[in-house]
Design a protein around this ligand. Structure first.
Ligand code: ADP
Length: 280
């Protein structure tokens, strides 16, 4: 974006905030893109910032089942091992059940602790060094949370459902990913794509793939109750489907190819070709 374009986009934006225009921000950004005032990538980023305001934390958090956490009976040494094994630098601590998170261990606190000759990491428990968690409701706006993270200088929150149970965990990285796409930090394990294309009529899907993302490849499934394809197949079956269970939904045949007793991991999706079936 050159200086003139920046001024023209800025003029448009300041008009809106000055109440001089009835256009909404989204329209202005789209217009600026069509007129070549901003690059496609820049306009996507601006639109994502707006999207952040409409995104509830539950849509982007790490779900409860994927949280690496420790019981309050774990020792400091076990916490260090957990950080090393899982690669996360902050580990929630729970008492009795995951629904009762009472603290968070920070890797950098551990370092200070581990070099103190008066302490015994193999015997002392994690509650000696954990910090107070910050709890937020599932429905909180992600833009609001980003602002709070900045003010509080604390970049992790535990998401709770309306009954006080643990629903997930969210960090500033999850929020920034909405704006700038998937951020790979140097310690992140490479993550498999949710959708792997075999050809136009055949895909391998991760169970966590959002139903709304499937519309991009022509799979149109809507649900009020669940968000992911794995969740949808479990809902249809009434149980967690086992490997080789098959479902015909919305012109597609879904076959579970990897699952455990609690979750579907991988699914094959093949388009049902009605003309071939009719010929047979
Ligand atoms: P870290 O580098 O310690 O993993 P980030 O803030 O970079 O922390 O987060 C990277 C991703 O890992 C985010 O999606 C976040 O929700 C997730 N995450 C962070 N801590 C944990 C944890 N203890 N268990 C599971 N996921 C976590």
């Amino acid at each position: 974006m050159d200086g003139d374009s920046q001024r023209s986009l800025w003029n448009k934006i300041s008009h809106i905030f000055g109440g001089k225009s009835e256009d909404n921000l989204e329209q202005v950004i789209m217009e600026a893109r069509e007129e070549g005032d901003v690059e496609a990538e820049e306009s996507n980023m601006l639109l994502s910032v707006l999207e952040l305001g409409e995104t509830q934390v539950q849509e982007i958090m790490t779900p409860r089942t994927d949280i690496a956490c420790l019981t309050n009976e774990a020792t400091i040494q076990e916490a260090a091992q957990c950080i090393q094994t899982n690669g996360h630098s902050r580990i929630p601590v729970y008492k009795e059940t995951k629904d009762n998170i009472i603290g968070i261990i920070y890797a950098k606190d551990l370092l200070t602790y581990l070099v103190d000759p008066n302490l015994d990491p193999a015997a002392d428990h994690v509650d000696k060094i954990m910090r107070q968690p910050y709890f937020i409701p599932e429905t909180k706006s992600s833009a609001e949370l980003l602002q709070e993270f900045r003010v509080r200088k604390n970049h992790i929150a535990i998401v709770v459902d309306e009954y006080g149970g643990t629903s997930g965990l969210i960090t500033i990285e999850d929020l920034l990913e909405v704006i700038v796409g998937d951020i790979e930090d140097e310690f992140d394990a490479p993550r498999e794509e949710d959708v792997q294309k075999i050809n136009d009529e055949e895909y391998i899907l991760h169970g966590r793939t959002f139903l709304e993302d499937l519309t991009e490849i022509g799979i149109n499934i809507e649900s009020e109750e669940v968000d992911t394809i794995g969740g949808y197949l479990s809902l249809q079956a009434g149980h967690v489907p086992a490997v080789n269970e098959t479902f015909a939904i919305a012109d597609w045949e879904f076959t579970v190819i990897e699952a455990d007793t609690k979750q579907i991991h991988k699914i094959s999706a093949k388009k049902i070709n009605h003309s071939v079936l009719a010929d047979e």
